[in-house]
Design a protein around this ligand. Sequence first.
Ligand code: ABU
Length: 367
Amino acid sequence: MQKTVVNSWNEWDPLKHVIVGRADDCHIPPEEPALDAKVPEDSDMRGQWGRRPQETIDRANELLDKFAAQLEARGVRVDRPNSIDHSRPVTTPDFHTDSQFGCMPPRDVLLTVGSEILEATMSYRCRWFEYLNYRPLMKQYWEEDPNFRHEAAPKPRLTDADYHPDYLSEKIGVEKRLQWAEEKFFVTTEEEPLFDAADVLRFGKDLVVQHGFTTNLKGIEWLRRHFPDHRVHTVNFPGDPYPIHIDATFTPLHPGLILNNPQRRLPKDQRALFERNGWEIVDAAQPAHNTPPPLCYSSVWLSMNVLVLDPKTVCVEKSEVYQAEQMDKLGMEVVEVDLRDAYAFGGGLHCCTADVYREGDCEDYFQ
Ligand code: ABU
């Protein structure tokens, strides 16, 4: 096998090497502040925790394996994580939680910028050790690629001071949540830097980062200082009552074109950066489903959580027929991937992957 080279500067250049997650030993973690804030109030997940049913793990793994084989058939090298024991509790001097989460989805934990893979701080206690699922791969890449920079952001303490108690109430209501989103009052406080990698979109020299439940302003400032050669832009989406991870909200397809979640509304002043540089922001098609599948944290907008293989080719979940139709109209070749039964394990096609190598260099798309 060819030796690894780590290189990826954006979300659309030709993909040649990727990590695809596994559903092995995935758990629904016990209640904790940041996680509870994300679970919708009418969700079937409220009050449940423990190892996910084996038949759902097997089914999700079957789909993830098939997706990996589809990518390999298109010439993409695929690596898979090594699951740790997610039933083990996490205890630090600052907190305790009775189980962990899983090795899905890698996009939340690993941020690839050029020749660097950065392990995010994370903001859920149950995800504190999640990077360990990927350490065998990081070790291999480090040994094979002399230019690979393996970095880890400072582990956060995740004491109660990291979370606003207002979000701990059983019934908040969507109206109140939307008001808080408008005011940029999220469950995480500014106690210490926090970010999930899936809140970051890479546009070459520019990194666009969502401020929301899983990434705070200090986390964004940490990224700014860590990547001094990049411009880091903060965005937020006041139409999202449960704002975590930017990749079901704002999806660049190739230079000049972004899909936008029509419900979540990027504010006008934040659109300006894209519009004055000639980028078109197109509202995404409606999702094909009215509800997420059972025991799923994510919203129906996983429809737009697509994986771009190159500027003309995109993987779209098979049942998301409206999204596929829109991609076709936008001139993209659509690769259908059956993944809906794996959504519950942490997301869609973009979520369940993490870039290792895309062709191309760091370009400057904005002024
Ligand atoms: N991890 C992406 C989930 C975003 C959403 O629920 O819309």
